[in-house]
Ligand binder design. Structure first.
Ligand code: NAD
Length: 424
């Protein structure tokens, strides 16, 4: 945060600052609802918790954890939990706000929330990871719950961590509350299709955008930054559709091959400590050169703020698919638009994950589970319907897909706010 802890004065170049600028851009399209727009600029609630654990060597270590509920006008908070050494309250505020916009953009009955712990989980043993997860869950237990705020996986968190969160919450309330988190393992109330849902959504929106651009996926060159849950799954689906992945960057470095990287070898390698650069079928290049690799489609699927103004000028991509949350800074957005590069924004592009999380939550409540085909068909339909509505809005107002997504979403959020009225 800036020197004075404040919702409305972001640190320079911070994700929260990016989000506030994105809101400012949509206000002219909100009509009378604009009088409620300030609501979007302030999280409803932000909790900071101390997470102390005893390490394997006997030391007592303290970590900082956060849970932010940005807006709950349309339903319970929904959003992932991130374990990363650079997590800050301000970042979690931005991520929670993007969840508010995202759930409204695809019309799910949720608000937006997000959580995180400032920790490098790669430096923890499995036992320490379990302890930190359980203590964090217990600390934020006062504000999460199946009807209030439902966490899910995000960067460096997964089904196992969701299982520990579900168990800890259940132990504290007495009972088995499967609906408190999504992204759980299958036999604990998880949903088929959840693990691949975000990457699948990136592919579905990308396929549609490519069709509208007249960009043939067969032979299309793809560059992917971030090769985890989102990036690797999206890459696989594009390859199935005939594209080739020419560059991949992860936290270990960047590898390229103009003839296409072999994902059947690259994906397993990227899951090992060696990371993507352990793969031998490509050339290793300095990270900054990733942005110069000739490509048709660029998929940022790592962290925020990656597409800067300077990188936006350099990319040869015609289409940017935002798998990550907040990967493009506002100035870069303008440059891409001027250069005729189409950006499918995060708040619709990566909404597949929260959509199948919603299916998981519904299945948990009804204790009736759907097969994978049903999930994928419903996911496809929801994403396509949302995208078409957003595209029509963009065409009508001659605005970018990002501003159009905000227009559709913020109208829903502020309409709900207005209809509910202010308490007391
Ligand atoms: P993940 O932990 O599975 O993978 C993250 C990837 O990013 C890894 O390959 C890692 O090596 C790479 N990475 C980390 N730091 C990097 C750096 N400095 N430079 C290059 N690569 C780096 O995480 P994920 O779940 O795939 O999430 C990726 C992005 O997608 C995040 O922005 C997340 O918020 C967003 N997202 C995830 C989901 C989901 O369901 N998992 C849903 C919506 C959005």
């Amino acid at each position: 945060m800036s020197e004075k802890l404040s919702f409305v004065h972001p640190t320079a170049n911070s994700p929260w600052g990016t989000y506030l600028q994105q809101v400012d851009r949509v206000i002219p399209y909100l009509g009378d609802l604009a009088r409620w727009a300030e609501t979007l600029k302030r999280p409803k609630r932000a909790l900071i918790v101390d997470v102390p654990i005893e390490m394997d060597d006997g030391r007592i270590a303290h970590f900082e954890g956060y849970r932010v509920q940005h807006n709950m006008s349309r339903g319970p908070g929904k959003g992932g939990v991130r374990f990363h050494p650079d997590v800050t309250l301000e970042e979690v505020m931005a991520l929670s706000a993007w969840m508010t916009v995202k759930t409204a953009a695809v019309n799910l009955p949720y608000g937006g929330a997000k959580g995180g712990i400032r920790v490098d989980p790669k430096k923890l043993s499995q036992k320490e990871l379990e302890k930190i997860t359980r203590r964090y869950t217990s600390e934020i237990g006062i504000i999460i719950g199946p009807h209030t705020d439902i966490p899910a996986p995000d960067v460096n968190t997964n089904g196992q961590i969701m299982a520990w969160m579900m168990d800890t919450y259940s132990m504290n309330v007495g009972g088995t509350a499967t609906g408190v988190v999504t992204g759980k393992p299958l036999h604990l109330g998880g949903s088929l299709g959840r693990v691949k849902a975000t990457g699948r959504g990136v592919f579905v929106t990308g396929r549609e955008a490519a069709r509208r651009l007249g960009l043939d996926l067969r032979g299309a060159r793809i560059a992917v930054q971030g090769f985890g849950n989102v990036g690797s799954v999206a890459a696989e689906l594009f390859v199935e559709a005939g594209a080739k992945v020419v560059a991949v960057q992860d936290h270990t470095g960047t590898i390229v091959n103009a003839d296409g990287l072999d994902l059947s070898k690259l994906i397993p390698m990227s899951r090992t400590p060696a990371g993507a650069v352990g793969y031998e079928g490509g050339d290793k290049i300095p990270n900054e050169q990733f942005w110069d690799v000739p490509c048709d489609i660029l998929i940022p699927a790592a962290l925020e703020g990656q597409i800067t103004a300077e990188r936006a000028r350099r990319t040869s991509a015609r289409l940017v698919l935002e798998g990550a949350n907040g990967p493009t800074v506002p100035e870069a957005d303008d440059i891409l638009a001027e250069r005729g590069v189409l950006v499918v924004p995060d708040v619709i592009c990566n909404a597949g994950g929260v959509t199948v999380s919603y299916f998981e939550w519904v299945q948990d409540f009804s204790s009736f589970f759907w097969d994978e085909d049903e999930i994928n068909v419903r996911l496809d339909r929801i994403m396509m319907n949302a995208l078409h509505q957003i595209w029509d809005t963009a065409d009508r107002h001659k605005i970018t897909l990002r501003t159009a997504t905000y227009a559709v979403a913020c109208e829903r959020i502020l309409m709900a706010r207005q209809e509910r009225g202010l308490y007391p």
